[in-house]
Design a protein around this ligand. Structure first.
Ligand code: FAD
Length: 288
């Protein structure tokens, strides 16, 4: 199923998972998916890392299993910075053979140890290429606070428009912790003529270390209220996790009240976190 069609029945609820790291047993991701399927997400997206993945648990293989074993639509992430046109064509072929119809087309982060190939410079280049070379539903990433390399939000939104014009049919946002940033961003998109659905990316704070790492990587800001929680529970990981989950639930409820097209939960392969959140918000949404 093409994931853009899901937004006809808003709001959409989706999860992100990642392939197991090399030191983690392959079965762990399939156990995670077994748990996540009971939460009936509208789709599950699977990341793709520049370092590759283990045989038997590639992004494409995990997507195939999500669809064939759990009957849930999947989106395969595809960063392009280290790809050539030929390697992308091979991946598109593999996707077709595995019945994958949806791609989150990305530039990818620059890795000093892996010199970029020259075929694709920006995500809009691969979106255009995929649109010319197949019948895929293409999603793209967006940044409510602006992409860290961008001089300002307006410039980043101008480039986001290029991704939509090239063929992206819906957007998934970077994590953010202040819903106001998302609303402000959404207004700017409408002003710039970007009218495709935008899912809000939510990453619950479950540990101080993980959130500091993520925030430094993606440039998201930490609002005062969350900073205070993190300071109050800095030496009490269990209470920090509980407060972080409550914060995420509060964010999601506010987003739903304000008509968000969808909520995309960065699960970090932790089904318990996703389950707790879905349990707490189920009264607000029309779901089993
Ligand atoms: P782009 O849209 O190409 O933007 C990158 C920068 O270039 C921005 O600053 C933009 O403003 C600028 N830009 C774009 N076009 C132009 C132009 N024509 N001229 C000048 N500047 C331009 N990374 C992975 O490696 N694997 C994943 O699976 C993955 N999944 C992700 C999922 C989501 C939902 C998100 C939000 C991010 C994900 N990322 C992933 C991270 C992503 O690859 C990085 O954020 C990367 O730095 C930017 O990717 P992009 O597709 O947004 O790039």
């Amino acid at each position: 199923m093409r994931t853009s069609a899901l937004f006809e029945n808003k709001p959409v609820f989706s999860f992100e998972v990642f392939p197991p790291r090399p030191n983690v047993p392959i079965e762990s991701i399939y156990n995670t998916l077994d748990d996540l399927k009971d939460l009936t997400p509208d789709f599950i997206s699977v990341t793709y890392g520049a370092g590759g993945s283990q045989p038997g648990a590639s992004t494409a293989e995990i997507c195939r299993r999500i669809q064939s074993e759990h009957n849930i639509p999947s989106i395969a992430h595809l960063p392009c910075i280290n790809e050539t046109k030929e390697s992308v064509l091979q991946k598109l072929d593999d996707f077709r053979q595995k019945g994958i119809e949806n791609i989150l087309a990305l530039r990818g982060d620059k890795n000093p140890e892996l010199p970029p190939q020259n075929d694709f410079k920006y995500a809009s280049d691969i979106i255009d290429f995929i649109a010319q070379n197949g019948d895929f539903d293409i999603a793209a990433a967006c940044y409510p606070e602006g992409h860290p390399e961008s001089p300002d939000l307006e410039t980043d939104i101008a480039h986001l428009k290029e991704k939509v014009d090239a063929g992206a049919s819906h957007l998934i946002s970077q994590l953010f912790y202040n819903d106001r940033d998302f609303y402000n961003f959404r207004e700017k998109l409408v002003q710039k003529g970007i009218n495709v659905p935008v899912e809000a990316g939510i990453m619950p704070v479950t540990s101080k270390k993980s959130i500091e790492r993520m925030v430094s990587l993606c440039g998201a800001s930490i609002p005062k209220r969350l900073a205070k929680l993190m300071a109050r529970y800095s030496s009490d990981p269990a209470s920090l996790k509980a407060a972080g989950l409550e914060y995420a639930i509060m964010q999601i409820l506010d987003l739903l009240e304000n008509g968000a097209d969808g909520i995309h939960i960065y699960t970090m392969n932790n089904p318990d976190v996703a389950r707790y959140i879905m349990e707490q918000i189920k009264d607000e949404i029309d779901r089993p």
